[in-house]
Each structure stands twice: as structure tokens, then as C-alpha cells.
Design a protein around this ligand. Structure first.
Ligand code: NAD
Ligand code: MG
Length: 377
């Protein structure tokens, strides 16, 4: 049987390395056709030696990198649009993933999307690219994978409400004052998931959940007023779908990204040889749920407002957050400054033009500059 070619953009990251583990067990179905990374050339070289892709890209490759590696930002799009690539796992972090998502969809590829930022920035553009090119978008995010599985083949008109679960992050039980002054080490101590640094901080501010609500809106075409968030500290219920008759379906599993990554490759099919441990309800008990403390996690509300406002607002929300988190990761600002910076950028640029890719990127750049200036004072 011919195996399907997979490109992994961001192969050296948390999702990228997990995706390679998943593919290792699925060699009868898939092969690694292309790998890209940003700077981590030594890990990339190990992956190349092991998986022998036909294309390798390293955005900022060192001078002694192999001659046949592509370099520069364009290598993501080149990897995503190759003839020998059927599926693109976009596991890049941040807005750098946008062009590759658009290009892969324009070229009719299946995009297994971990890079939620590209959908948040350019939801309408991404949908238009898929329609034009015949590509399909399948979520890797565990919440959206759960929703996709629960909806199954039912028409979207039968869905009344989505309820996304959130772990609550490391500050779930902290007071607002404690949260505002939290250290970088505190923010990086996620209770249930091991992930890259940016998404780990986003999970502490609950920005990640705002990005996921916007992602769900565009993926499933559900209005914002029909998408809720509930805190679920154990991260076992990956999300709920409520149907028009009041019936509620959920998808459950131990917190691991292996299954959502694999399902994004095989959807709507299921495969049996996954290595996933049998579900043990007793071992995973008890499961609990809490209301979101919106007053103490203001970034979530800012993101939800940006989603409802539409236009450039989600892109500005995302860019302001990326810039503020980058500065927080350098240890230069307080945790509470992230939400202030997002609010300030949204009030200045939330209504910027947004009809084209260039307009979105211009709004993104304005928001970043604004946050940089605001936080360097
Ligand atoms: P990470 O920081 O561990 O890895 C990011 C990868 O992207 C690395 O391979 C890096 O080399 C590459 N990269 C970084 N900046 C780049 C740039 N400017 N250009 C090209 N490549 C670049 O991040 P992660 O935790 O794997 O997350 C990746 C994406 O998946 C994010 O959008 C995140 O929100 C999403 N996601 C992650 C998880 C998780 O469990 N880690 C779960 C759901 C969704
Ligand atoms: Mg998620």
C-alpha cells in the first residue's frame, strides 16, 4: 500500500517531536516527507538521519548546516506545498505559521493544525484558501479534536453549544494579587500538560482558551454566544458538545497529545495500533468542574471580546499576546502586564483593516510595536 507523505513544520518542538513518535508507529500508513525547524539544527539533524525526509528546512540554519537544507522563512511554505506531501502538520508556534497554513490549503493538502494562531489571525482567509484550493483543516488541539469526534457526521445545525474544558493552569487557586506578581518559573509549571514555553504561559493567563474559542468558531462555524468554557483541572474530559435535544457528548482520555495528533492524520477513520493505554475511569477519578474566574484572568475575556468584534481584533489580540509573552519570557515584566498590554493594543488597533493577508500582517506588526514600546517604558 502507498504510504501518505507527511510534512512536519516545527518538528523540533513539543508537538513536532510527539508527532514523530506517533508516525514511528504508523509506518505502514505514513512516511515523513519533510521536516522544518527554526534554529535547533542539531536536533533537526538527528531527525533527518532517522527519518530521511526528502526536504529539510531550517529558518535560521547555522553556517555549517548541510548544503541541501533550505533556509529562510520561505522554507515552511516550500515544505507545505510539495508534491510528495499529502498532510501538513503545522506545529510551528505563533504567527509564523500563517503563510504555510494558507499555502497548504491552497494546494489542496490536509492541514493537521496545531498552530491555532494562524486560524485566529486569519480565520476568514484560511477558510477562503481551503475553499479555493480544496484543502481541509483538521484540528490537532485536544479540545477541538474532541469536538470533531463528538459531532461526528451530524449536521452542525443539530449542535446547540460547545463547552471547551480548561485545566485552569498553575494559578487556578491563586488570588488576583498573587497572579499579577507570579514569576516566570511559576507560570511555566503547568499542572497537567508538558508543552512549549509560549503555550504554557498562554495556559497560565487563559489566553490559550480564548485562542481556542476563536479557533472553534472558525473550525466548526459556531457563533461565539454558543461556545462556553469550563474549568476542569484533571484535563481528562477534552470538551463537550451539547445537541439541540439537550443530549451532551464528551470525549475523554488521559492528557496526551498522541491521540489528537494521530486522529488529525486518520480522521474520519480510526486505527487500532496506537499504543494508547486502556482507559481506566477509576484511576482518572475524580473528575471535577468549576466556573472560570473571569475577574482574576482578564485576558480570557479580552480574547472573547476580540473574537466577537471580528475583523483585525483577533489578530491584534494574538500579536499583542505573542509580543508580551516574549518579553515576559525574558523576565522583563510582571505576569499581570501581559493582559494590560493586550487591552492597550486592542483599544488602539482592534478596528484596523483586515480584508487581506497583508492587512492582517500590518495589524499584527502595529500591535507588536505598540506592546514593545508600552512595556519597555
Ligand atoms: P514549541 O515551542 O515546543 O515548538 C515550536 C516549533 O516551531 C519548534 O520546532 C520551533 O523550531 C518552530 N518555530 C518556532 N518559531 C518559528 C518561526 N518563527 N518560524 C518557523 N518555525 C518556528 O511549541 P509547541 O508546544 O510544540 O506548540 C506548537 C503549536 O501547537 C502552538 O501553536 C501551540 O499553541 C499548539 N499546541 C501545542 C500543544 C502542546 O501540547 N504542546 C497542544 C495544543 C496545541
Ligand atoms: Mg488545547
Amino acid at each position: 500500500m502507498k504510504t501518505r507523505g507527511v510534512a512536519i513544520l516545527g518538528s523540533t518542538g513539543s508537538i513536532g517531536t510527539t508527532a514523530l513518535q506517533v508516525l514511528e508507529r504508523q509506518q505502514a500508513r505514513f512516511h515523513v516527507a519533510a521536516l522544518t525547524a527554526f534554529t535547533n539544527a542539531s536536533l533537526l539533524a538527528e531527525q533527518v538521519a532517522r527519518y530521511a525526509p526528502s526536504f529539510v528546512g531550517c529558518v535560521r540554519a547555522p553556517g555549517d548546516a548541510p548544503q541541501d537544507w533550505r533556509t529562510g522563512e520561505r522554507c515552511l511554505v516550500d515544505a507545505a506545498t510539495r508534491d510528495d506531501v499529502d498532510i501538513v502538520i503545522n506545529a510551528v508556534v505563533g504567527s509564523a505559521g500563517l503563510d504555510a497554513t494558507l499555502a497548504a490549503l491552497e494546494h489542496g493538502k490536509r492541514v493537521a493544525l496545531a498552530n491555532k494562531e494562524s486560524l485566529v489571525m486569519g480565520g476568514a482567509l484560511v477558510s477562503a484558501a481551503a475553499t479555493r484550493g480544496g484543502g481541509t483543516l483538521v484540528p490537532v488541539d485536544s479540545e477541538h479534536s474532541a469536538i470533531l469526534q463528538c459531532i461526528g457526521s451530524r449536521p452542525i445545525a443539530e449542535v446547540r453549544r460547545l463547552v471547551l474544558t480548561a485545566s485552569g493552569g498553575p494559578f487556578r487557586e491563586w488570588s488576583r494579587d498573587q497572579i499579577d506578581g507570579a514569576s516566570l518559573a511559576d507560570a511555566l509549571r503547568h499542572p497537567t500538560w508538558r508543552m512549549g514555553r509560549k503555550i504554557t504561559v498562554d495556559s497560565a493567563t487563559l489566553v490559550n482558551k480564548a485562542l481556542e474559542v476563536i479557533e472553534a468558531h472558525f473550525l466548526f462555524g459556531i457563533p461565539y454566544e454558543c461556545i462556553d468554557v469550563v474549568v476542569h483541572p484533571q484535563s481528562v474530559v477534552h470538551s463537550f458538545v451539547e445537541f439541540v435535544d439537550g443530549s451532551v457528548l464528551a470525549q475523554l482520555g488521559a492528557p496526551s497529545m498522541e491521540l489528537p495528533i494521530l486522529y488529525a492524520l486518520t480522521h474520519p477513520d480510526r486505527v487500532s495500533d496506537t499504543g494508547v493505554l486502556p482507559f481506566d475511569a477509576v484511576a482518572l477519578s475524580p473528575l471535577s468542574f468549576e466556573a472560570v474566574r473571569h475577574d482574576d484572568f482578564p485576558a480570557l475575556g479580552l480574547g472573547l471580546q476580540a473574537g466577537r468584534r471580528g475583523g483585525a481584533a483577533p489578530a491584534v489580540f494574538n500579536a499583542a499576546n505573542e509580543q508580551a509573552v516574549a518579553i515576559f519570557l525574558e523576565g522583563a515584566i510582571r505576569f499581570g502586564d501581559i493582559a494590560h498590554a493586550i487591552q492597550s493594543a486592542l483599544s488602539r488597533f482592534g478596528d484596523a483593516p483586515s480584508g487581506t493577508r497583508d492587512a492582517i500582517l500590518a495589524a499584527d506588526a502595529q500591535a507588536r510595536r505598540h506592546v514593545q514600546e508600552l512595556l519597555s517604558c
